[in-house]
Design a protein around this ligand. Structure first.
Ligand code: ARG
Length: 594
């Protein structure tokens, strides 16, 4: 077992030395905060503590900075420590230290990223597709970001239960049933007298379903009586009409099989395939409790729970538990789902991921769940709202015909575009090209999404996302492929990676690459704490750029100094591992060639 070491962040090492120096100089070590320099042209790391300490000690910051700097002479990790006006302490990392730190990363468990000391059970509610409706790009972000967060949380050692939480209980079901009835009134599902078993085989295919739902939905908008019928069918389904329940099961099975294929193409998997319907059995008892304990009251016929708080700056309307006709709502389902989750998993945290326009809904649900005791006080409830994926016109992404783009069509389009590029490059055998195109296409799509801060809207620009240059998924993959090919050539020529260790940097570009690599643990910690995939993207883009600079300025396989060459190769190996680990967390893979 080689990879068992755990390690501190580089910046923590530096800070430890800084603290000791503050103490030796007679100052409170709490001032000794070290950060990555915001002027990389001047130094690599910096400490601004002397400025803060000046007030406490009634001394000029420059004097304090100077006092401290003296005690960093002969430091193990720092060199070039300088006090500069008006009291910054600027520093560089010592060559030897940088070498041994990055070499240690190679030997460490998870490249030095440690598990959290407290393992938590976290339910991640993402995906959120609606059954019987085609999966559209609106659900794409939830799936992509959710999958990434799941992987980040697991990387930090937590138990994560991913639940797709299907929309499988609403009006769309009534619409499909109504349309089926209009087309095939003779089916046994519509015969209320029917006592026998229902057929195993669904009376429709996924293609039928995809055509039926949009048709029925549009038709209902134009025809009031049809809409009434669909609402009635929804109500009857929810109240247990046998034939409708049987049809519902068919719709579920056919639709879920299709959804699974779609999610698989996205490299997205769920541990639970539950949905709104699974929460229904919990509703009656939950409503009873809310009434008995006096949380719920009637408001214009509807049953509601007040959730506003004194400190609110805007109006937070009450949580709607039951409509005046007794029907359950989106609030109800999400609350009952929390009842179930508490009962089955007793999670430490539940994280939801939807379009940010649902934020108010979740504020209401979270408050209500806490207030009514559905979840314990110390259970963390987190909402992550993401922005809209827009087209180049700045409006929500649509097809050329103006409709909502289906996810499978979108993916197909990307793969085709990628295939053209890959085939043109001629680096991949024809029989490999399709698979490679899929891998690179997925990277283009996911990276294009994840590299933006989730809460922001972004423009889906396929030309940009699919480019092999710039801040894109394909650029990252291209860099990985380049490193792999160098390492492979080295091995093919009889080189032994086991002999390679990172030593001191020999040039500015090598040093830059090592410094970038050394930031990995700190970046991962931040991405985890802020649940922010874009931090990983920003980092690997910088790392890839550092590598490419190094690559263009140094001969690697042609290097004649054996020790120097082995150091290069070990560093490449580390950079490759960091990039591979990172894209694994982002949710895509790299091909061998592209
Ligand atoms: N099905 C919902 C939609 O399409 C998303 C579900 C999100 N999860 C939840 N627990 N409400 O908008």
């Amino acid at each position: 077992e080689i990879r068992t070491k755990e390690m501190k962040k580089l910046v923590d090492f530096l800070e430890e030395e800084m603290k000791a120096a503050f103490e030796k100089a007679g100052y409170d070590p709490n001032f000794a905060k070290v950060t990555v320099s915001n002027r990389p042209d001047l130094c690599e790391y910096q400490c601004n503590g002397a400025m803060a300490a000046a007030k406490t000690y009634h001394k000029a910051p420059m004097i304090i900075a100077g006092d401290v700097a003296v005690h960093l002479e002969g430091s193990e990790a720092l060199e070039d420590v300088q006090a500069v006006n008006p009291g910054f302490i600027n520093m560089k990392v010592k060559k030897e230290f940088l070498g041994s730190y990055t070499q240690e990363m190679r030997e460490a468990n998870q490249l030095g990223v440690e598990h959290d000391s407290q393992k938590r059970c976290i339910i991640l509610d993402y995906g959120g597709a609606n059954v019987a409706k085609p999966l559209h790009v609106g659900h794409l972000r939830s799936a992509i970001i959710g999958e990434c967060l799941k992987r980040i949380l697991r990387f930090k050692g937590h138990e994560v239960i991913g639940d797709v939480h299907l929309g499988d209980w609403g009006y769309q079901m009534g619409l499909v049933i109504t349309e089926l009835r209009k087309r095939n009134p003779e089916l046994v599902y519509f015969d209320e007298q029917y006592e026998g078993e229902y057929p195993e085989e669904a009376p429709f295919t996924i293609n039928d379903l995809e055509e039926i739902y949009p048709y029925a939905s549009a038709y209902a908008k134009e025809h009031e009586d049809y809409k009434e019928e669909a609402l009635a069918a929804t109500f009857e389904l929810q109240n247990g009409r046998k034939g409708y329940r049987a049809l519902w099961k068919h719709i579920m099975r056919v639709s879920i099989a299709d959804l699974k294929r779609n999610y698989e193409n996205l490299n997205v998997t769920f541990d639970l395939w539950k949905g709104e319907a699974d929460a229904q059995p919990y509703i009656p008892d939950m409503v009873k409790m809310m009434k008995e304990k006096g949380f719920a009251h009637l408001d214009q016929g509807a049953l509601v729970v007040d959730v506003k708080e004194e400190t609110d700056t805007k109006e937070i309307p009450p949580c709607m538990i039951l409509k005046s006709d007794g029907a359950a709502l989106y609030d109800t389902t999400d609350l009952a789902t929390l009842v179930e989750r508490e009962k089955l998993y007793h999670p430490d945290e539940v994280i939801y991921m939807t379009d940010k326009r649902q934020e108010l809904h979740f504020v209401q649900v979270f408050r209500c769940a806490k207030k009514t005791g559905i979840v314990p006080e110390d259970t963390k409830l987190t909402f992550i709202g993401f922005g809209t994926m827009n087209g180049k016109d700045g409006k929500p992404f649509k097809t050329r015909a103006g409709g909502v783009m289906r996810l499978s069509d979108l993916i197909h389009g990307i793969n085709e575009e990628m295939y053209k590029k890959i085939a043109e490059n001629r680096t991949v055998a024809p029989e490999e090209a399709e698979k490679t195109a899929q891998m690179v296409g997925l990277a283009a799509l996911k990276y294009g999404d994840l590299s933006n801060q989730a809460a922001k809207d972004y423009v889906f620009d396929l030309d940009k996302f699919a480019s092999f240059e710039g801040n894109t998924g394909p650029y990252i993959l291209y860099t990985i492929v380049r490193i792999k090919s160098i390492l492979n050539k080295y091995k093919e020529n009889g080189g032994d990676m086991a002999e390679c260790r990172i030593s001191e940097p020999h040039s500015e570009s090598e040093r830059g690459l090592m410094l970038e690599a050394a930031k990995f643990t700190a970046v991962m910690e931040q991405a985890y704490e802020e649940l922010a995939p874009h931090k990983i993207c920003g980092y690997i883009f910088d790392l890839a750029n550092s590598f490419n600079r190094f690559y263009h300025e140094n001969r690697i396989l042609g290097e004649e100094d054996k020790e120097k060459q082995q150091g290069y190769l070990a560093l490449l190996d580390l950079v490759k591992d960091i990039l591979m680990t990172s894209i694994g967390l982002l949710g895509f893979e790299a091909p061998e060639r592209m």
